[in-house]
Design a protein around this ligand. Structure first.
Ligand code: TEU
Length: 552
């Protein structure tokens, strides 16, 4: 088997299966629904799909709680459906990367069920159990998890607690146990032998924990994070997976890294170290919050985004590979974010697309992003399904300090903003299903939908199509250097990419107003090859204007 760099020419489309397309009209997306939309993806031009989890799961965290890694959740379809989908993707030149969720299982996984019913089960050491304090009345330490509250759950009225960094129904696996690592490798081989092309590795930087399990200095969020993020054996575990599995297949891996420093990230993606192909870091999506906590919102500044993006572009050039994204199933929609607004939806969406697509790395598009889907504008917690938002809402209601701090943000930053059903057309339920969907459709589906976007030559969809076509195989985008230009303009993020004789200049305005930029005259002899406006003025950028110049 020869390892190739196919991922460098990949444009990856993320499908959140329960929200993508419902073929059997039960209000819940499924694999046959995905199959029915593969020509849509082919037409868009993407050549790889990242599929959020479709494995058996009680769906407490929408599939990120897996109860059987070797089977498909029945509402999504069957293993045969899955195999047909994979073959149909490959037939169209579309690769498939699966979501690998192995920091934790579901509490409904057979291993965990056995442990709870029998203390002497051989699976006991698959999980992290510790004795509680005060005869079991208090958790073993003060660590808190990602969905708020203690990271420990007591087992009945015993003295034992298990660690769960996410929901109670997501017990963390004990990676110190070689048997756990060997189970993970078997899972990987099972799917790779079936023909999948790689994995997006969920919260991979949490798999190794410091083994002292002592309380830490109290913190507002993620107390104990120094013990469970980027733990001491992380790199060793990843190298083991590579040695025993990944190195034997022509695959790519993208690790989700929560709060990883650049130094840590460089180690993870350094090809010489054989750990991961690339990572999703959230430095850029965290530019509008404090301390990486999305509920603590701060004013967005284009220059902060520029600083972070530049740091990653320069640091990984020639010694790693970036992933590029502005949306996913955990983030709110980008329309109305990163300094843009719904009033200039099309201009803003195209500008953001241009900005991140022409950087060095592999771009990801999250379903609906390509047609400029917006946030849902929830008005009540009852409209939201996501466990994270519900946990946060409970926390806020129980504590006045937290209420003041985060309550105003819960609806706006809720992950369900990105999880509303895909808007296919202007018929009932946006053509996603003919039955009431599991989560409400966003009101604007009559005007914002795929059907309309495909037919409008000036749509966001058709702009993405152009960008994708332009990008695949383009050596400047793939290999070129990166430099910031027009540094002194507060609302402009502009850069130049250079490779051999070729040059691309990308100029993006984050302003809602016209901006005079005398220095644009310098590019009078260049050709504008892409823009979100039909006419570009010599020295003025219109609201959210972007333009890409190429040297003639
Ligand atoms: O996300 C990990 C993660 O860090 C997020 O929970 C993030 O903190 C949160 O969404 C910010 O609001 C991954 C998956 O992408 C997410 O969907 C899962 O809920 C989580 O892991 C647990 O598996």
């Amino acid at each position: 088997m020869k390892k190739t760099d196919w991922y460098k020419d990949a444009v990856i489309y993320q499908i959140y299966p329960r929200s993508f397309c419902d073929s059997n009209n039960d209000g819940f997306g499924d694999i046959n629904g995905i199959i029915s939309k593969l020509d849509y993806l082919k037409d868009l031009g993407v050549n790889c799909v990242w599929l959020s989890p479709v494995y058996c799961s009680p769906q407490e965290d929408n599939g990120y709680d897996i109860s059987d890694y070797y089977n498909i959740y029945q509402r999504f379809g069957t293993m045969d459906d899955f195999k047909v989908m994979l073959a149909e993707m490959h037939k169209r030149g579309i690769r498939l990367i699966m979501d690998l969720v192995v920091n934790h299982t579901s509490s409904e996984h057979d291993w965990f069920k056995q442990v709870v019913s029998n203390k002497d089960s051989k699976y006991r050491d698959y999980y992290i159990f510790k004795k509680g304090k005060k005869n079991g009345k208090k958790p073993p330490n003060n660590w808190t998890g990602f969905f708020g509250g203690s990271a420990w759950e007591r087992v009945g009225d015993s003295q034992d607690y298990y660690l769960h960094l996410f929901a109670k129904g997501q017990p963390d696996l004990n990676w110190e146990n070689p048997k756990v690592r060997s189970e993970v490798k078997n899972i990987l081989k099972f799917w790779l032998d079936m023909g999948v092309d790689g994995f997006r590795c969920d919260v991979i930087t949490l798999i190794s924990k410091k083994q002292d399990f002592k309380s830490r200095f109290p913190a507002l969020a993620l107390c104990g994070k120094d013990a469970y993020i980027n733990g001491p054996r992380l790199h060793e575990f990843l190298q083991e997976l590579d040695r025993d599995v990944f190195s034997k297949y022509d695959v790519m891996t993208v690790g989700e890294t929560v709060m990883s420093s650049l130094d840590e990230a460089k180690k993870l993606v350094d090809p010489k170290r054989h750990e991961l192909t690339m990572i999703f870091n959230f430095d850029h999506t965290d530019t509008d919050n404090y301390m990486g906590v999305k509920y603590l919102r701060k004013k967005f500044k284009a220059k902060n985004l520029q600083k972070v993006v530049t740091k990653w572009q320069l640091s990984l050039h020639d010694c790693g590979w970036n992933s590029l994204f502005i949306e996913n199933h955990d983030q709110r929609r980008s329309v109305g974010r990163f300094g843009t607004c719904e009033e200039y939806r099309k201009e803003g969406a195209k500008m953001l697309a241009t900005l991140y697509f022409l950087l060095q790395g592999t771009p990801f598009i999250y379903e609906g992003q390509e047609i400029g889907m917006t946030n849902a504008h929830f008005k009540s917690i009852d409209e939201i399904v996501d466990i994270e938002a519900h946990n946060m809402d409970k926390l806020a209601k129980s504590n006045i300090f937290l209420r003041m701090l985060i309550h105003g943000s819960i609806f706006d930053v809720s992950r369900d903003n990105a999880r509303t059903p895909m808007q296919w057309d202007d018929t009932a339920y946006a053509g996603f299903s003919s039955a009431k969907p599991w989560l409400r459709v966003t009101d604007n589906y009559k005007s914002i939908n795929a059907k309309e976007s495909i037919s409008d030559p000036d749509s966001i969809y058709n702009y993405y199509k152009k960008l994708i076509e332009f990008r695949i195989g383009n050596e400047v985008i793939k290999n070129g250097t990166y430099d910031v230009i027009l540094k002194n303009y507060k609302n402009i993020f502009a850069y130049v990419r250079k490779y051999k004789e070729n040059e691309l200049i990308v100029i993006c305005s984050f302003s809602k107003k016209d901006t005079r930029v005398k220095k644009l005259e310098k590019y009078n002899n260049y050709e504008v090859i892409l823009s979100n406006y039909k006419d570009n003025l010599a020295t003025i950028l219109k609201p959210y204007e972007c333009r890409v110049y190429s040297k003639k």
